[in-house]
Design a protein around this ligand. Structure first.
Ligand SMILES: Cc1ncc(COP(=O)(O)O)c(C=O)c1O
Length: 473
């Protein structure tokens, strides 16, 4: 029988509905086709309860989803909240559809996740790129400076919104309050892709979350920083500068009509847990991560990102000074059963959540230190990853480029042509080339270098990068 070990169901209507379904299983003549039988394909479908004719009736008579979303909106101080079973990917695309019209211009941080770039394609938006400052000591991005956004808005007075990703993939935190001021002075909303920051604002040692800092919309993945099912995400918005009905329409347009109830119920349960026990659980994880940081900072040559501009729960390690290859360290960590979020030659990123403990962090710190001891070499100069280094050269807006006639050419002949593809080292999935951008020798060299450093080059039709799809002439 399913359990509710922390007694959250009284404050989590979707969790309660999911538990009630399990406690009194019906004989459903509805989807899903497994009909709750686990003797056909096994436990892989266990707990898969739909929203429609599952957590609620097919006619949504009880309104449990709306009630759960209202509770999340209250907790984050938003006017509206929508749950998503399509990840922050879906949420970003829904927001892109909500904030501006076909052909409209928006200011966008170039360290955007690919999902937002495809959101620009879907909504037909033209980006004005802004780039974050890069820390020369680590080669990693800081936030986008408010002054950069102010200049972009002054140069493009027709811009309708500002989109930034904050915190960055490596956990650096920007001046979101300053960005909100810059956007609002121009009368446009600030949208923050805070996919990694569902825990922000719920412990005094954590940065405040984007809505607390004045942002109009915040997208976050409940499955990243909170104990929710994969794909669980939230869109939280204030409606002064964003039309709630348009946001709803965007969410519905790009979402499935068969949302998985377990994902929704876990989002609701994670929200209830965060509200009641979040500070205590986060406090334990922060203390354990602080200790791991302290130990790792003592490893000769290793740089451990730290300080007020860094998410305390993102453990990002810069290896250049150790001379070790992060891919070799990752292999050791995998062999020890300790997979990390991202590893390439120079940088390791470990995601910590409130589910971690002093034991898990101790195991990670010990394994990293041991592995670095084995793979230590001649220190290298710090390198800035391709995604943060290459300046895009826009030629055609993303949407017409996405739908244009294309041809495939050998990569050497692609330089100077307009690219049709999105090409991104993954992780972090930040595009180095986007549809409609000039293919430059700099971009290709940076991608090649990333591949050489052990990074997977994602989304290109030819992942070997021997050929590239470009706009036909
Ligand atoms: C900044 C950012 N936004 C959005 C996403 C997409 O999130 P999801 O995997 O929940 O769709 C990611 C994924 O890594 C991300 O890093």
């Amino acid at each position: 029988m399913p359990t509710d070990p922390r007694g959250l169901r009284g404050d989590a209507p979707l969790l309660d509905a999911w538990l009630r379904f399990q406690e009194r299983p019906p004989t459903p003549f509805t989807i899903p086709g497994h009909k709750q039988r686990t003797d056909l394909v096994g436990d892989v479908v266990a707990g898969d309860v739909p929203l429609y004719a599952g957590l609620d009736t097919m006619k949504l008579a009880t309104g449990v989803l709306a009630e759960a979303e209202a509770r999340a909106a209250r907790l984050w101080g938003a006017d509206v909240c929508r749950f998503s079973t399509g990840g922050a990917t879906h949420a970003n695309q829904a927001v892109a559809l909500a904030v501006a019209g076909d052909g409209g211009r928006v200011v966008v941080s170039r360290t955007l996740h690919r999902s937002l770039l495809l959101g620009l394609v879907l909504a037909g938006l033209t980006p004005v790129w802004v780039r974050p400052e890069v820390d020369p000591a680590t080669g990693l991005p800081l936030g986008v400076a408010p002054g950069t956004v102010r200049r972009a808005l002054a140069d493009h007075p027709d811009a309708r919104a500002v989109f930034v990703g904050d915190p960055s993939y490596v956990g650096t935190v920007g001046d979101v309050a300053g960005l909100a001021d810059a956007a609002h002075e121009h009368g446009v909303p600030l949208v923050v892709d805070a996919a990694w920051a569902a825990h922000f604002g719920f412990h005094p040692d954590l940065p405040r979350h984007p809505l607390q800092l004045g942002a109009d919309v915040m997208v976050t993945s409940a499955h990243k920083a909170l104990p929710a099912w994969s794909q669980a995400a939230l869109v939280l918005a204030r409606t002064e500068r964003v039309d709630a009905a348009r946001l709803d329409a965007g969410v519905e347009a790009t979402g499935t009509t068969s949302p998985a109830g377990a994902i929704l119920a876990s989002t609701d349960a994670a929200r209830a847990l965060l509200e009641r026990d979040g500070a205590a659980l986060l406090g334990e994880a922060i203390t354990a991560t602080r200790e791991a940081r302290r130990r790792l900072a003592g490893v000769d040559g290793l740089t451990v990102l730290d300080g007020p501009g860094v998410d305390p729960l993102k453990l990002t390690l810069v290896l250049a000074g150790t001379g070790a290859d992060g891919n070799a360290v990752e292999r050791d960590l995998l062999a020890a059963g300790l997979p990390v979020e991202s590893a390439d030659r120079d940088v390791l990123v470990a995601v910590v959540s409130l589910a971690d403990t002093a034991e898990t962090l101790d195991a990670l710190a010990t394994a990293v230190a041991d592995s670095l001891g084995r793979h230590r070499g001649t220190p290298r100069a710090v390198a800035t990853p391709a995604a943060y280094r290459v300046a895009p050269v826009a030629a055609v807006p993303p949407r017409p480029a996405f739908f244009a006639a294309t041809e495939t050419v050998p990569v050497a002949r692609a330089v100077g042509r307009i690219g049709a593809e999105l090409v991104a080292p993954y992780p972090p999935g930040i595009p180095v080339l986007a549809p409609g951008e000039l293919v430059t020798a700099e971009a290709l060299a940076a991608l090649e270098q990333a591949r050489g450093a052990g990074v997977r080059i994602a989304y290109a039709a030819d992942p070997s990068l021997r050929t590239l799809r470009v706009l036909a002439v």
